[in-house]
Design a protein around this ligand. Sequence first.
Ligand code: GLC
Length: 459
Amino acid sequence: MRLRLALLLCLLTAAACAAAQTTLTETPEQRDKRMRWFREARFGMFIHWGLYAIPAGEWNGKPVPGLGEWIMNSARLTVEDYEPLVHRFNPVQFSAREWVRIAKSAGMKYIVITSKHHDGFCLFDAKNSDYDVMATPFRRDILKELAAECRKAGIRLCFYHSIMDWHHPDYLPRRPWDRRPADTASFPRYVAYMKEQLRQLVQDYGPLGILWFDGEWENTWTHELGKDLYAYVRSLQPDVIVNNRVDKGRRGMQGMSAPEFAGDYGTPEQEVPPEGLPGVDWESCITMNDTWGVKKNDNNWKSSAHLIRMLSDIASKGGNLLLNVGPTAEGLIPAPSVERLADMGRWMKVNGESIYGTTASRIGKPAWGRSTTKGNRIYLLVFDWPSDGVLRVEALPGTPRKASLLAAKRTGIPLRQDGSAWLLTVPAQPPDSPVSVIAIELTRPSMSMRTGTGEKPHD
Ligand code: GLC
């Protein structure tokens, strides 16, 4: 009997390993298929939300320096100090439908929300924790509501799940001011706890677009654990995309990993790689002001024009923009964020075809702006409209058949050749702002700077 049981166990383990293996050893075609929606989406919404929205950057009436979602750490709070916030979390103005509407009308194709941030609080009905939204006066499963609205709207739902956890008794290392004993803690038990939560998130809220890990830098997290976690979540949902912070390979805020590390794409933080990252998938995560989780006194908002140019710049280098909002304790996305997203949405409605599904183009970073490509089209994203009415385009990767403005009802634009360059006679005034887009149709498909080709963009 015992032998039979052991045999069965062996077979089961072998089957589980084989399942994990098949998902990990995919062909380039299989990988392209899995990454396809991500590469086409180009624009997503990051949402940092949790208990830290209540203090919103202030503790005992005093401003705390640093990021809003880091207040527990920055103000050196113990679990006893911070945990009671759970009894005050009551975002009565929260509407999943409204949040999804705001993201969708901005032109965003996916949402990455904090299922659990570093403070350990879970924004969902966690079956293995009482430190979750069901323990608050609000008692509504926020992630369930978002999952339903995302499904209706065709937006991919993704979760940011922190590896670092300042609340769980088994997580190590302890903060220096945390007086809870560490000798009874078991890191493997913490890993099992986290995996069980991920199972719930994938199976009860999925299918998910991305699992976005973070907080991997502490010394308890190892390359082995990273590889194992990657394989685990892919075995739960084989086509899920996993960011590179699952493993230890991220090199600073530039966020790229060497191939031996697990993770499907690089995560530059608060920066756009100057030359893009040819040959790899990547996504820059960027805040609209200077914090991820809301802070009462952070009004350092980037302008809509800046954000639209940033999205154009990122697309021209073959990456995605994951743009953050930090909702308030009442459940509202702050008005300055909503205004900026509406501006981006207006621009995307007219010019979105120069962003979605495009790849970095060979003409890369011309003096007047940026460019992207798709099929036999090149899009010129013009930041600085020529004052003499002539736009000079060097090194077009083919012969242009026609050119037109995406704004101004696709008005045609005359083209003439000047040596190796093409000259476009454009209207005196830019037809759109802050970026006007000209689509050029080539007689043959353009040679694109596809991610995966390993070529370098031109400067
Ligand atoms: C940093 C911060 C974290 C934030 C993240 C977003 O890693 O620790 O608070 O969630 O950046 O990329």
